[in-house]
Design a binder for this molecule. Structure first.
Ligand SMILES: *Cc1c(COP(=O)(O)O)cnc(C)c1O
Length: 458
């Protein structure tokens, strides 16, 4: 009999009841956010126009190590958590590797991704503050779906601006979001001033994430009792996603395992920041020293080719500026199919850790990613999201290194979601029409030249 089962489940009682704030253990903190209006470090109050109070507090809190998860949020988590840790026996066999591969699967809920972990928290705090509603944008659709589920549960009205080309390419995303009572509007739209202006200038535009953000922000600030919410990058989102890592650590302890290498895909950094949180805690406090590897698309390489500089977190330029690895907030990556990884910047927490040498980053082209995704689907019978397939790719590369060196390392990666709404992407891979686009140094330099100028800082 095998010692370790395929699926390692924690019981409901074992589910962590606190989020872990990685910043409390960082000796060198990320640089402070800067208020673009004053050029001075932002204070909590500067965030109030954008975020609800408790989330603004969490955003700025560098010292509280553990944050109790509100009972209402725990009650929601219990509907789909703890999520399973899975031993990829078949993948290991197919790779002929001595490595032991584990993955934490976050696709076990209707939204199909880890994004629900933070959506629930954000909807809860917004409801607690008696907001009348929230607005957001969605590119690929996972965040919009997750937030719609969460807002529906807490009876909080939600308006989602979805990039028009995605809205047309993924009609079922729209249906799911509508099932949960959210308003979904293809962007650009005539419901906002900025949308009307863009449509006037370019009636046939298929939209962009930047435009959808600008519409969502305008709608929030011009509607009484509304706020705008974001699904990645921010410190508060990494805090909420720490549940992924804390559960992984507990499940591995149950089977007497500890990862030598941890691999995650990186868009804005929320799933990776959440997955690595307790392992980074061990690294920062000297208890253990696992390697940590971020995998990003070659078409949007913020860590591997970006600049460590102050930039806006959103293309709409309404949030304070943060120092992070960035391609420039006006950089528009090519139409890579991993929509959730098409983000110009990287979480300031992860950026700082990467800058200080606590983690590594690699990038890969999307045809290689889909080759791995198809291989994984056949071995493990889960059709991965294109974003998640970046993490699989990184883990497979590590397992191949083990085959070559003969080392039986333990590898943990984050499988952030399922790809059932991404069949257009899979189809394009099968039909060999998928292209790999890598930005040139000139394109990146042109974008870096537009980074905000802050007197005395950059
Ligand atoms: C959004 C998304 C990602 C990337 O976002 P992060 O904030 O970097 O985690 C990865 N996987 C899936 C399935 C997503 O929906």
């Amino acid at each position: 009999m095998r010692k370790v089962p395929h699926r390692i489940y924690l019981s409901e009682e074992q589910m962590p009841t606190q989020w872990y704030n990685l910043r409390a253990d960082m000796k060198d903190l990320p640089d402070p956010m800067i208020n673009p209006a004053t050029g001075k470090p932002a204070i909590e109050e500067d965030l109030y126009p954008v975020f609800c109070k408790e989330l603004a507090r969490q955003e700025m809190d560098n010292t509280t190590r553990y944050v109790p998860i509100p009972e209402e949020v725990l009650e929601f988590y219990r509907m789909y958590r703890p999520s399973p840790l899975i031993r990829a026996y078949n993948l290991e066999k197919s790779l002929d590797t001595p490595a032991k591969i584990y993955y934490k699967f976050e696709g076990n809920n209707t939204s199909g991704s880890h994004k629900l972990n933070s959506a629930v928290a954000q909807a809860y705090y917004a409801k607690e503050q008696n907001l009348k509603g929230v607005t957001t944008e969605t590119g690929a659709g996972q965040w919009g779906t997750a937030l719609a589920e969460a807002c529906s549960f807490f009876h909080l009205p939600l308006t989602v601006y979805m990039v028009k080309c995605s809205y047309e390419q993924k009609p079922f995303r729209k249906s799911v979001i509508q099932t949960f009572d959210a308003d979904i509007i293809p962007s650009p739209s005539n419901t906002t001033q900025v949308g009307r202006k863009i449509l006037e200038e370019n009636p046939d535009t298929t939209g962009s994430l930047g435009c959808a953000i600008s519409e969502a922000v305008e709608k929030a600030v011009t509607t009484d009792g509304y706020k705008y919410v974001l699904g990645s990058v921010l410190n508060q989102v990494l805090l909420h996603q720490s549940i992924i890592g804390e559960e992984s650590l507990l499940a591995m302890q149950m089977i007497d395992e500890y990862p030598d290498v941890i691999v995650g895909c990186a868009g804005g950094g929320s799933n990776l920041g959440g997955l690595i949180a307790p392992f980074m805690r061990d690294k920062l406090t000297g208890k253990a020293n696992p390697r940590i590897v971020a995998v990003e698309p070659a078409s949007c390489p913020s860590m591997t080719r970006g600049k460590y500089a102050y930039d806006f977190c959103d293309t709409g330029k309404v949030t304070p500026m943060a120092r992070m690895y960035t391609l420039g907030c006006d950089f528009i990556p090519s139409a890579n199919h991993a929509g959730g990884l098409r983000y110009h910047g990287m979480s300031p927490i992860l950026s700082k850790l990467y800058h200080d040498g606590y983690m590594e980053a690699v990038s890969a082209e999307q045809t290689k990613i889909f080759e791995t995704a198809v291989q994984f689907a056949k071995q493990e019978t889960i059709l991965p999201a294109p974003e998640s397939a970046h993490a699989i790719y990184g883990a497979v590369q590590e397992a191949i290194k083990c085959r070559e060196s003969g080392e039986a390392k333990t590898i943990l990666f984050g499988l952030t979601g399922t790809g059932y709404f991404d069949m257009v992407a899979y189809q394009s891979y099968m039909e060999h029409t998928m292209a790999d686009y890598i930005p040139s140094d000139e394109e990146l330099e042109a974008s870096f030249a537009k980074l905000p100028k802050i007197p005395g800082i950059q």
